[in-house]
Design a protein around this ligand. Structure first.
Ligand code: VG1
Ligand code: CO
Length: 542
């Protein structure tokens, strides 16, 4: 095999964000952009003689990028690559393969819930041997490499086709093409009571899973239809397509409106769910009810013992800081540890590895456990089905019981998208400067009790992350959090996270937007969101 070493120059803007490097497809496919980033990752992980998993969500450019990465892996001395057939792997499935085959890590090609296609987005990230996203020490080292890179190595030969399973070679490097679904489905069978769910479905329980034309289609068809017996057609939008059917594969009430409409129909299915582009997010619905991700985390944690994989109980619950405190109340009742981390799954890895958390979750529709080191959309769906089967209750009944026991934490996120970056940065900087002056002052009738910028020290390895979001606490317990997104590709996205807890004796049947109206107004007055962005409403409300 001929190896070519090509001269290159550093390319600006290759700084990984919340979850790897995300750019428009146009930027990612520019000359040497991918190659520079891949070589920078290789320079950090020193891949010679090592084994990696490679796969992606199948979006446009996935195949081209994987072929290039295989050629670069071979040229950099990689011993073996395990790749999903057709280059496909959901993010949680990739995490599982890294762990199961004890590889030296993996490379996941995805921009998650961002649209795909030539005009969409693309992304790439490195996961460490525990199966989880690389921590900041590694992503920072990769970024440093991108700033000084002078050359990259690539095999002259073409990469073999990966459309069929089997063992192939590129020079001395072995390429094993595997079924993307089999290992993952087998793992789910060890964690979830498949018999109970099969029984539930055979007795007429109906479900609709919307794969949003993305990666979970084949996984959901295998598990929900073939193994659990849901009728053919229960999984919709089941064929992954490179541009996700022209849609936006983000499982929330805005982008999965079709699913919401089905579940709000009195004659609709008993249960509805959706996942995102790369299969790590989930949306849970029952007939007539949407479950917020923060509540879903709390319910899954409170009922985890009903699933065989967690029958012995859980060690702890970890949530990202902007996620509601509903899960903390469950942890307190169970007498287990509760952790609050910065946004992004990479911060859960140390806690999971150390056995200090079993269940983790984020308000952005991410839930998972110690079975992998990524959030896992289908796992969350299966946990819910397991809980429904075991409790013999509807989603609405489960939520009513949960709120009656723990109270209800009203929660919503308001996103202001594609805001001018300078405007967004100045808004956050000005707010940061004024934090000390806020306590004691009232806005929209709510008095600020605390105002702080969230800094985090990892309790396991002591690593620190600063400026992770601004927290505003109000008298009476309401909270607003503001932070800038680290996954967008156009301008800046300002996220405003709102919550307010109502005790079991309080009004548990309010419209969340109404319940949060005052805290939303207070946050707007403090941060001048609408004035500075020139918007009169958020672009997306979840
Ligand atoms: C968003 C979410 C965060 C999530 C991240 C990656 O990040 O808020 O909770 O971990 O996406 O998820 P940000 O920085 O845009 O707020 V995924 O499914 O896009 O890999
Ligand atoms: Co995702």
């Amino acid at each position: 095999m001929q190896i070519k070493t090509r001269a290159t120059r550093p390319i600006d803007g290759q700084k990984p964000g919340t979850s790897g490097l995300r750019k428009t497809t146009e930027v990612f496919s520019q000359s040497d952009f991918l190659q520079n980033y891949v070589q920078s990752m290789f320079n950090v992980v020193e891949p010679a003689g090592k084994t990696y998993v490679i796969g992606g969500d199948g979006r446009y450019f996935n195949d081209v990028a994987i072929a290039k990465m295989l050629r670069m892996a071979a040229a950099n001395g990689v011993k073996k690559v395990i790749v999903g057939r057709g280059g496909l792997l959901s993010t949680p499935a990739a995490s599982h393969l890294i762990r199961k085959y004890e590889t030296d890590g993996g490379f996941i090609l995805s921009a998650s819930h961002n649209p795909g296609g030539p005009k969409g987005d693309f992304g790439l990230k490195y996961n460490i041997p525990n199966g989880g996203p690389a921590p900041e020490a590694i992503t920072n080292a990769i970024y440093e490499q991108t700033k000084t890179l002078t050359e990259y190595h690539i095999a002259q030969d073409d990469a073999p086709s990966i459309t069929e399973e089997g063992r192939f070679a590129l020079g001395d490097m072995e390429i094993e093409v595997i079924d993307p679904v089999a290992d993952y489905a087998a793992l789910m069978e060890t964690l979830i009571d498949f018999d109970a769910i099969r029984d539930l479905i055979s007795r007429g329980f109906t479900l609709r899973f919307d794969a949003m034309h993305a990666i979970t289609g084949p996984y959901a068809v295998e598990i929900l239809e073939r193994r659990l017996g849901a009728p053919h057609g229960s999984v919709v939008n089941r064929r992954p397509s490179p541009d996700f059917g022209g849609g936006h594969p983000d499982p929330n009430p805005v982008w999965a409106k079709d699913l919401v409409d089905h579940l709000m129909d009195p004659d609709g299915p008993d249960f509805g769910a959706a996942s995102d582009g790369d299969g790590d997010r989930n949306m849970i619905m029952g007939r007539g009810i949407y479950v917020t991700p923060s509540d879903s985390l709390a319910v899954i944690a409170a009922n985890a013992h009903l699933a065989p994989g967690y029958a012995g109980g859980i060690a702890g619950i970890a949530r990202s800081m902007p996620t509601s405190g509903a899960a903390d109340r469950v942890a307190a009742k169970l007498g287990v540890e509760a952790h609050q981390t910065p946004t992004g799954w990479k911060f859960f890895g140390t806690l999971l590895d150390a056995g200090r958390a079993t269940i983790c979750g984020e308000e952005s529709a991410g839930t998972g456990s110690n079975h992998v080191r990524e959030k896992d959309g289908l796992w969350a769906v299966l946990m819910w089905l397991n809980i429904i089967a075991a409790r013999k209750q509807s989603v609405q009944e489960i939520m009513d019981d949960h709120w009656a026991e723990y109270g209800r934490t009203y929660y919503s996120r308001h996103d202001y998208e594609a805001v001018d970056s300078d405007v967004a940065n100045t808004l956050m900087d000005d707010l940061r400067d004024r934090l000390e002056t806020l306590p004691g002052k009232s806005f929209a009738g709510l008095t600020v009790t605390h105002a702080q910028d969230f800094d985090y020290t990892d309790p396991v390895d002591g690593s620190r992350a600063t400026a992770q979001g601004i927290i505003l606490n109000f008298e009476g317990g309401a909270r607003a959090v503001l932070r800038l997104s680290g996954t967008g590709t156009q301008g800046a996205t300002i996220r405003l996270y709102l919550e307010n807890h109502e005790d079991p004796a309080g009004n548990l049947a309010q419209d969340p937007q109404k319940a949060l109206e005052r805290v939303a107004r207070a946050a707007d007055q403090i941060a001048e969101l609408e004035k500075r962005t020139g918007r009169d409403a958020p672009d997306v409300i979840t």
